[in-house]
Structure formats: structure tokens, C-alpha cells
Ligand binder design. Structure first.
Ligand code: GLP
Length: 243
């Protein structure tokens, strides 16, 4: 539990820096990182870009997998997660584009696209550190309430609460928010060696309480990480209001 969102961002960026540095990636030894989008991780990405510019970190031998992507939004749509990742992070660092994987929400066969993503993660040797955020309804990635806790990457129809929460990115017009998304499963994230979930703001307080103080259950999918061997929740004071 840290003071506020900016301290969480700084702490999370230092954690990533430390993990990548101690792993010592190289041409035959890539660090595999799972990444989220949304407002919460933006500060962490900005700090990581600073570390890169200061010469403290390189992403040359880092492979990334993003958690999710809307279905049907063009890649260059400012709200697509593809656009977000390139604009907010990848274009500012030395990552190899061939190793920065984002699900393709416009693939002709979405089921095959999800299977391809799972295969790529497996072939990369699994995710070393998966970073996530949560929705106010306690979803991780787009694993909406009721998702299986052993789910894999798949197509999901978004819950009304998620459309409501995300409409702010679409001119506050809920009809503009895509109705479906591709998302890694809870099981996909659970397979990671280590998981770090960032939770800030009073609007996430109920979800954090459900996640850590009540039983593991599929209506608050982030609660699954109570059973992960190395899961870390990094929160600000506001998010702890219901604990
Ligand atoms: C979306 C994404 C999640 C993200 C969540 C929270 O629903 N699918 O991966 O964690 O938003 O976003 P924010 O950080 O903007 O609150």
C-alpha cells in the first residue's frame, strides 16, 4: 500500500527495472513481460521511458504480450490497445517490434488468433512477469464477472459495467464502446511466474476488498490471484478504503 497513484507508478516501474536487470536478458535469454493498458499503468510506462532515456534499462531482449484488445477497432484508432501501446510506450523505447505482441482484434478468425497468442506465449517460454490492472467490477484483463478461473485467451462479450467504465475513452458515448474484446484468460495470467496488479483510486476499493479479503470466486476474477505463488497487489491509499 503506497501513498498515491504517482508513488504506485514509480514503485511499479522500479520493480520492472529490478526484475529485468537481475534477469540479465540477452540474445538467447529474453525476458517475457505481460502488459496491461488503461489509465492506471500510464505513469509506470512514463517512468520506464525515463529509465530507458537515462540508459538504466534496455528492452532490446524483452518480449511483451499484451493482455487484451477490443474487437473491430482499427489498429490506428486512438482507443485501440495496439495504438495505445505504440503511442504510450513502444515507440519511445528500443523494443524489437517483432517481439511486441498485441492481440489482433481484426483477425479474420478470432478464435485462431487467440490460439496463436497462447502458442506464442508457450514458445516464448511463458511469461516471467505479468502486470495487470483491474476494472471496478474486479475483472483482470477482460475476464468479466463469471469468467472461468482457468480460462485461456478467447473472445469475450463485455459486461455493461465495463462499457460504462470505458465510455470515457469514447466521448462518453456508451454506444461507441466495442461490445467484444479478445483477452488472455485468468489461467493464462495465472501461469506467469510472477504477477503484479496495480490498483489505484477509490472506485476500485470494493474490487480490491473482494480480491483479497473474500473467497476466491469467479464473480471477482482478480480474486484468483490469492492462489498464485507470487502475486503482488500494488495499491494506493484510496483503493484500500473498503479493507
Ligand atoms: C480495461 C482493461 C483492463 C484494465 C481496466 C482498468 O477494462 N481491459 O485490462 O485493467 O480497463 O483500466 P483503468 O486502469 O483505466 O482503470
Amino acid at each position: 500500500i503506497l501513498e498515491d497513484a504517482s508513488v504506485v507508478a514509480d514503485w511499479a516501474a522500479r520493480f520492472v527495472l529490478q526484475r529485468i536487470t537481475e534477469f540479465g536478458p540477452g540474445p538467447d535469454r529474453r525476458f517475457v513481460l505481460g502488459l496491461p493498458t488503461g489509465g492506471t499503468p500510464l505513469g509506470m510506462y512514463r517512468r520506464l521511458i525515463d529509465f530507458y532515456k537515462e540508459g538504466r534499462i534496455s528492452f532490446k531482449y524483452v518480449t511483451t504480450f499484451n493482455m487484451d484488445e477490443y474487437v473491430g477497432l482499427p489498429r490506428d484508432h486512438p482507443e485501440s490497445y495496439h495504438y495505445y501501446m505504440w503511442n504510450e510506450f513502444f515507440k519511445h523505447i528500443d523494443i524489437d517490434p517483432a517481439h511486441a505482441h498485441v492481440l489482433d482484434g481484426n483477425a479474420p478468425n478470432l478464435v485462431a488468433e487467440c490460439q496463436r497468442f497462447e502458442t506464442l506465449i508457450r514458445e516464448a517460454g511463458g511469461v516471467r512477469l505479468f502486470i495487470g490492472g483491474i476494472g471496478p467490477d474486479g475483472h483482470i484483463a477482460f475476464n468479466e464477472p463469471g469468467s472461468s478461473l482457468v480460462s485461456r485467451t478467447r473472445v469475450k462479450t463485455l459486461a455493461y459495467d465495463t462499457l460504462e467504465a470505458n465510455k470515457r475513452f469514447f466521448g462518453n458515448d456508451i454506444s461507441k464502446v466495442p461490445r467484444q474484446a479478445l483477452t488472455v484468460g485468468v489461467g493464462t495470467v495465472m501461469d506467469a511466474h510472477e504477477v503484479m496488479i496495480l490498483i489505484t483510486g477509490v472506485h476500485k476499493a470494493l474490487a480490491l476488498a473482494k480480491a483479497v479479503e473474500e473467497g476466491v470466486n469467479h464473480m471477482w476474477t482478480v480474486s484468483a490471484f490469492q492462489q498464485h505463488a507470487q502475486a503482488l497487489f500494488v495499491c494506493d491509499e484510496d483503493a484500500t478504503l473498503e479493507l
